[in-house]
Design a protein around this ligand. Sequence first.
Ligand SMILES: NC(=O)c1ccc[n+]([C@@H]2O[C@H](COP(=O)([O-])OP(=O)(O)OC[C@H]3O[C@@H](n4cnc5c(N)ncnc54)[C@H](OP(=O)(O)O)[C@@H]3O)[C@@H](O)[C@H]2O)c1
Length: 283
Amino acid sequence: MAQTILILGGTGMLGAPVARRLHADGFNVRLLVRGPAKAREAFGETFTLIEGDVTDCAILDQAMAGCDGVHVSVGGPVDYASAENVAALASYRGVKRVTYVSGSTVHEKNHGFPMVQQKLMAENAIRNCGVPYTIFCPTWPMEQLPRFVRDGRATLIGDLPLPFHWFAADDFAAMVSAAYQREEAADKRFYVHGPQAILMKDAMERYCHALHPEIKGVSVLPLAVARTMAIATGNDGLKFAADLMAYFKKAEELGDPTEANQILGAPTTTLDAWIAQRKLIPA
Ligand SMILES: NC(=O)c1ccc[n+]([C@@H]2O[C@H](COP(=O)([O-])OP(=O)(O)OC[C@H]3O[C@@H](n4cnc5c(N)ncnc54)[C@H](OP(=O)(O)O)[C@@H]3O)[C@@H](O)[C@H]2O)c1
């Protein structure tokens, strides 16, 4: 009988491709979502939807009933809460594998950054939940690039001097699905790196050149200017983005992806191949 996997964060940038890939690989997929109408619009009738918030343990308990696996891909302010709640219920609910999306810079040495602190606590909760786990530490997905284009302009906040091994979310989704199919993936922490190390500005320029030829260049808003603008306008989103980029200016991508690539299959989509795929998607 097909295994059933519950996904928290299944409407997200990294969660949705995982949902689609698990379904394509023959799993029954259940999504816990805050907005079922929007999720139904995005996915049609493909998945079982349960309406609820990850902080609501009663709903989560109900959603986890009969599940073989739970994939936690939430992030943001409830990142730790979602992992902690799943960890508390997993053993009692007879779950056989919990997978959690952490990040490639998540390490004790970076614990001063709030996102990292939450993820360290979340990883700890998952590791101690009494159920086999797989923790993923992905670097930057190529799907982030379009988010830097707004109102006909491409703008980066701060100039990041360190390259990242950009990966395609569909490749990541294939690795998560493989983790549910391979015993060797149990109780592992995997780094997810794409095939090429590329500076953010270079990646952005290549993306814009191919998909937004009307944009003549990628601008870089200095961090200090972004912070001042955020404070002056009360723009919390810009403040968060400036803090995140200030962090990534110093925090290098960590880890060795060799074991992940051997057990789960390496992400092979290059930036050029990913751009070529997107060119085929109607606007
Ligand atoms: N994107 C990256 O660059 C990147 C890189 C490395 C690691 N990660 C990690 O990967 C994970 C997923 O990231 P992402 O980029 O896919 O995030 P995302 O696009 O912002 O998606 C977040 C998902 O979580 C759901 N969610 C948030 N709060 C919720 C709540 N209280 N109850 C129920 N659902 C809730 C959202 O649902 P709604 O649709 O209702 O908002 C959405 O489905 C995060 O842990 C992130 O830190 C991301």
